[in-house]
Design a protein around this ligand. Structure first.
Ligand code: FES
Ligand code: FES
Length: 149
């Protein structure tokens, strides 16, 4: 059993200590906005925040983040109000199939928290998520728009 704090709620999840956090979030807690892409920390589809820092939840054991503050895409819009990043994503019509997008948004939100006015180089360095639909230019535009909002 591992005790996780996800989006401000405590969950006692019945997983092995080395079960990846991603599976605890999706299968035990039922928050399916966080996606499985590669399972080897390469694609970023599974990105969540731990104490505000983006991590790839497919490659972090659930037990390693017990007691830490975990935020998933479902918890980003606290109180139901979309964040600047989410609004920019809607306004710029960023998603195509959408599969990678929750990870993209979580990475972008963390970038803007660390660097409120990121340059293109900052965006390229931070946004290493993979999108098979090729939304990278729209992602960049939306991040700049969120930075100005
Ligand atoms: S599923 Fe975690 S990085 Fe790809
Ligand atoms: S929007 Fe389809 S994989 Fe990124």
């Amino acid at each position: 059993m591992v005790r996780l704090n996800i989006n401000g709620k405590t969950h006692d999840v019945d997983v092995e200590p080395n079960t990846p956090l991603l599976w605890a979030i999706r299968e035990q807690v039922g928050l399916t906005g966080t996606k499985y892409g590669c399972g080897i920390a390469q694609c970023g589809a599974c990105t969540v925040h731990i104490d505000g820092t983006p991590i790839r939840s497919c490659s972090v054991p659930a037990s390693a983040v017990a007691g830490r503050k975990i935020t998933t895409i479902e918890g980003l819009a606290a109180g139901g109000t979309l964040t600047k990043v989410q609004k920019a994503w809607v306004e710029h019509d960023v998603p195509q199939c959408g599969y990678c997008q929750s990870g993209m948004i979580m990475a972008a939100a963390a970038l803007l928290k660390a660097k409120p006015k990121p340059t293109d180089a900052d965006i390229d360095a931070a946004m290493t998520n993979i999108c098979r639909c090729g939304t990278f230019q729209e992602v960049r535009k939306a991040i700049h728009a969120a930075a100005k909002a």
